[in-house]
Design a protein around this ligand. Sequence first.
Ligand SMILES: [Zn+2]
Length: 119
Amino acid sequence: MPTHQRMEIAQVLFERDDHLSADQILMRVNARHAETSKATVYNTLRLFAEKKLVRELVVDAGRVVYDSNARPHQHFYNVVTGELTDIPGELITVEGLPAISDELQSEGVDVIVRVRPRT
Ligand SMILES: [Zn+2]
């Protein structure tokens, strides 16, 4: 995979803390140079997620976003607007987790607080 395409994907991702879908990233990358394929974007995102440069966040069935904020944090998700907002990690503690078996270690806990406008 050409390195400069990977660099452009990284540039779009890490411009600021954001939650972008693969398609949004593809659109932004190609807005600069229309040469990057969907497969390249998906493969690069998978690689970045494996290396923990981005966090892959499954918000809903059919909605996966890539989170460029590397600091520990959780999320508010507005189910009506689709907006995701960061909750700083220190604001949430999860208590009462069951014990994990000796062969396993924790990879982390993801909290998504689903909200909607009051009616
Ligand atoms: Zn986030």
